[in-house]
Design a protein around this ligand. Sequence first.
Ligand SMILES: Nc1nc2c(c(=O)[nH]1)N[C@H]1C(S)=C(S)[C@@H](COP(=O)(O)O)O[C@H]1N2
Ligand SMILES: [Mo]
Length: 490
Amino acid sequence: MIPTTWRRPLFAAVVAFAGGIAAVAGSYAVVGGSSTFVAATIANLTVTLAPGPLVTFAITVLGDPGRDLAYGGGLVATAALLGVVFAGARVAAARGDRPLIAPVLVALAVGAVAAALSGVADSAVGAAVGAAVVSTVVDLGAGATSDGTDGARRTLLSGVAALAVGVLGVGGRRAFAPAEPVPTAPVPDDVAALLADAEAKSLDVEGLEPLVSDHFYRVDIANVDPDPAREDWSLRIHGAVGEETTYTFEDVDAMEHDHQFASLRCVGETLNGRKLDTALWTGVPLMDLLDPADLQGNYVMLRAADGFYEEFPVDALETGFLAVGMNGQPLPRAHGAPARALIPGHWGEINVKWLTEIEILDEPATGYWEERGWHGTGPVNTVAKLWATNRRGDGRVEVAGPAYAGTRGIERVEVSTDGGDTWAAADLSDPLPDEDVWRQWVYRYEPSGPHEVVVRAVDGTGTLQPGDERRAFPSGPSGWVSRSIDPESL
Ligand SMILES: Nc1nc2c(c(=O)[nH]1)N[C@H]1C(S)=C(S)[C@@H](COP(=O)(O)O)O[C@H]1N2
Ligand SMILES: [Mo]
């Protein structure tokens, strides 16, 4: 049994937390998982405040589950904070001893804090209503006495009310509003033809992703991605420029568009990891936007709506691209809608999503990941990955994967089936039209007992992929991918 003296504060805490949960659910009911959801600010704050190595670990090692964990923490923290506000308002209301004042004060206080957190009225109104419902139910259902039984009753009522608000709010939202409206558009003929070409060139190997990835990886510093509307978006070019220039989405839309295949690879991935993918991007060359601004500095800082920023030498912008479409569709929110930068041949991190600013600098500066110890603004390392291992009907073993060396291109992939003593050339997929894109390799052979397969690539300059093994931190993984294979267990 809980000691009697503890009961009151414990009950009060449960009622307060229930109020906080209802406020979070109310906000969700109105705005869903958008960036104006009341829990988004705190969920993202946890990443901003967390120490660099922890963020790196969460993003690179834990990946999506790490993000879910941080998001869950943000939800609980937001419910707790709004719960404290809820309880404070009820204490203040109790002084006046007028029954209706509590829900009104609760709504005002919770609404005000929710508005401060989310920055918008509708999300705050949802939170205010959710909290006020719990406050009302608790007062209406509980008697006037304030002994232990009464407290237990309030606690139970608050829990039931919060559950009801949660089920109605979250369930209703999920049922009636699309979780995230996914814009779709008819795929233009030229894009469809390019995608068909990529499909035709993809090697037919079980367990190997096609040349245009089915599932494109994502790396985000924010737990809740920004979702700027096209109408509200703009791209400002400033700093060491002759002519400060700002583009709206309409401006960009009116310019001539181009399509290009490009792969992205995260510097923080493991050697044989999956943070390497390819898409067909649609957009405009960055220099079309930058030329009128008359660039005068040697460095550039790209900034984004989620607070992300990366700096690198201005030369890399020359082949840069502002992507507004991906695989024939508008750029998805997760990949930076309405517009992201693509910087060919460089690690993923400078391919800034939700791009809002291009600042030209005279002096070098430090980007988000470089402040956390990474060196990920340069060209990618060469890699050949081993993603598929199959036993074929004819008894042969089939090994395959992608190989990528940024704009250097892939000239050859070599495979060893004896742990690196002897090497043979793998078959390569036909190259896609653009420079900064992976190729697939496949090698089939007659096995004789358990053995070790090793793969390595030679890039377009004739340079062999270095064999020395290094972990991802700080400048990307290095080494040859190898795997022990027992043909009998394939
Ligand atoms: N605004 C913004 N841009 C960003 C990031 C981010 O967190 N915020 N992550 C970067 C990193 S580390 C990588 S590897 C790529 C991943 O792009 P993707 O999520 O579209 O795969 O985006 C880069 N651009
Ligand atoms: Mo990355």
